[in-house]
Design a protein around this ligand. Structure first.
Ligand SMILES: [Zn+2]
Length: 304
């Protein structure tokens, strides 16, 4: 899998700063990091908004993990049967409309289309209707700005990604697993690391990953799949291993994307790195010390 452009970006800043110092770079690097000073991040993205989310959130909370929960606002407070091609029907009990802020209190609420139609069977206007209705409903129910989405059935393409780029969303996830920890080429057609059934196999690779660039372990799934006891044991073990650590940023998709877009907006010249006045603050290490670059401020590249 190719290395994403954004992944290379902070790494290049280090090299750039190193080159400026003519080899005596050991303590002169500018190393952009996440807001907590880390290079690693964990995203846990869960679809559909069924009652099983409640138990999963308890597990996340015990391990200091932040989830992103992608909800079908048109199905909230209902029970619906979903036929499965490879097993018994799923009887889906959706969380109730008036409990969203209670259940997802510490976690991100995101869109998943109003009624979970397959976008590949819809025209452009129908797709936009499904997405904007979901965003507006969720916004009204929670008073939160909705900026993230998971495509229903994971189905999307570049055309659909372009289309939803006009809805206020900053990021949307497919189900095309990359099995890498690279940042995406585009946030509106974001291919995750893996489904949670593979996450435990990759967790040691991520915990032992040692690099200078920013990375993310992006896991997706459905809490209703954890009615299988073995699957619940696996996700519990995964959360225990990767949670409650000092070297990982636990974050929702929206906050993560916001930060990456802020990094992209920095102006970099040979002499300096400037943060535009209307941008967000970004964090870096210089000579090993964690510092913040506030909007409207500059730093001299490679200098004290
Ligand atoms: Zn779904």
């Amino acid at each position: 899998m190719k290395t994403a452009g954004l992944f290379a970006y902070p790494f290049l800043l280090i090299l750039f700063a190193e080159a400026l110092m003519g080899g005596s770079f050991k303590n002169k690097t500018i190393d952009f990091v996440y807001p907590d000073g880390n290079h690693k991040a964990l995203i846990m993205s869960y679809d559909d908004g069924l009652m099983e989310d409640v138990r999963l959130i308890r597990l996340f909370d015990e391990n200091n993990i932040i989830g992103t929960f992608n909800l079908n606002s048109g199905l909230l407070s209902t029970t619906k049967t979903w036929p499965q091609s490879n097993g018994p029907d799923i009887v889906a009990k959706y969380v109730s409309k008036d409990s969203l802020l209670l259940i997802y209190n510490k976690h991100e609420i995101a869109a998943h289309s109003a009624t979970h139609k397959d976008f590949k069977n819809l025209g452009d206007s129908e797709i936009l209707e499904e997405v904007t209705t979901d965003i507006n409903n969720l916004n009204k129910l929670t008073k939160r700005k909705i900026v993230s989405m998971a495509y229903p059935f994971g189905n999307s393409n570049q055309h659909i990604a372009n289309l939803i780029g006009h809805t206020g969303l900053t990021n949307a996830r497919s189900v095309t697993d990359t099995y890498t920890f690279d940042l995406p080429d585009t946030f509106l057609l974001w291919h995750p690391t893996c489904h949670d059934s593979k996450a435990l196999e990759l967790v040691n690779d991520y915990l032992s990953l040692d690099n200078h660039g920013l990375s993310v372990f992006y896991v997706w799934g459905h809490s209703w799949e954890f009615n299988d006891a073995k699957r619940w044991d696996d996700i519990s073990e995964f959360c225990k291993k990767i949670g409650n650590r000092k070297d990982i940023w636990y974050v929702g998709c929206g906050a993560f994307t916001d930060y990456q877009l802020a990094l992209k907006r920095l102006t970099i010249t040979k002499e300096s790195i400037s943060n535009p006045i209307d941008n967000k603050e970004v964090w870096f290490r210089q000579n090993g010390v964690l510092k913040v670059l506030k909007p409207g401020k500059s730093i001299k590249a490679g200098m004290q």
